[in-house]
Design a protein around this ligand. Structure first.
Ligand SMILES: [Zn+2]
Ligand SMILES: [Zn+2]
Length: 162
C-alpha cells in the first residue's frame, strides 16, 4: 500500500498553465491583461482555494495596485473562461485542475472551456479536490435551462481521516 500523500499534479508547470490560459482567452478574442494573468498565476501557485481578500494582499504593485472591484472583475473574467472555479462554501477560488490543451471534449465553442465541476471539500483542512461533474442532462426538469451549478461535497480527506 502506498502511504505517501501529496497533491502533485504531474501535468504542466505554472508558466505553461498561464500561457495556455493566454491562448484560450486570446482565442476567444479577449485580452489577457497583466492583471488577469497575475491573478491566475497567484491562484495556480497557491494550489488551494484562495479567498479574494487574500489575493488582494498578494498582488504585486507592478500590476498597478488594483482596487478590489478590479480584482473581482478579473476573477469573474477568469471564471467565465473556465480557468478558475468559485468554491461557494469557502467563498474562494481555485484554478481549474484540468489540462485544457488536451481536453477538447469540454470545448463548447467560442473559445469557452467551461465545464461543470464538482468539489470534494475537507472540513478539517479545507483541501479541495476537483472532479468533472455529471451534467444532469437526463434528470433536468423539462425546459429547464441551467445557467450555473454548484456541486460541493463535504467530508474528511484521506490524510485528515488517518
Ligand atoms: Zn475545472
Ligand atoms: Zn483534510
Amino acid at each position: 500500500m502506498n502511504e505517501t500523500h501529496n497533491h502533485e499534479h504531474p501535468t504542466l508547470d505554472i508558466t505553461e498553465r498561464v500561457e495556455q490560459a493566454r491562448r484560450i482567452v486570446e482565442g476567444a478574442n479577449e485580452r489577457f491583461t497583466p492583471l488577469r494573468a497575475h491573478v491566475l498565476e497567484l491562484i495556480i501557485t497557491d494550489g488551494k482555494a484562495v479567498k479574494a481578500y487574500d489575493l488582494l494582499d498578494r498582488l504585486r504593485p507592478d500590476v498597478g495596485s488594483p482596487k478590489p472591484p478590479t480584482v473581482y472583475r478579473a476573477l469573474e473574467f477568469l471564471s467565465r473562461h473556465g480557468l478558475i472555479h468559485r468554491v461557494e462554501a469557502l467563498n474562494a477560488f481555485i484554478a481549474c485542475d484540468h489540462n485544457h490543451l488536451h481536453d477538447h471534449n469540454h470545448d463548447h465553442g467560442g473559445g469557452s472551456h467551461r465545464h461543470l465541476a464538482e468539489f470534494f471539500i475537507c472540513e478539517k483542512c479545507h483541501d479541495v479536490e476537483e472532479r468533472h461533474a455529471n451534467d444532469h442532462a437526463a434528470c433536468k426538469p423539462d425546459g429547464f435551462a441551467i445557467t450555473r451549478s454548484v456541486v460541493e461535497h463535504y467530508g474528511t480527506c484521506n490524510s485528515c481521516a488517518a
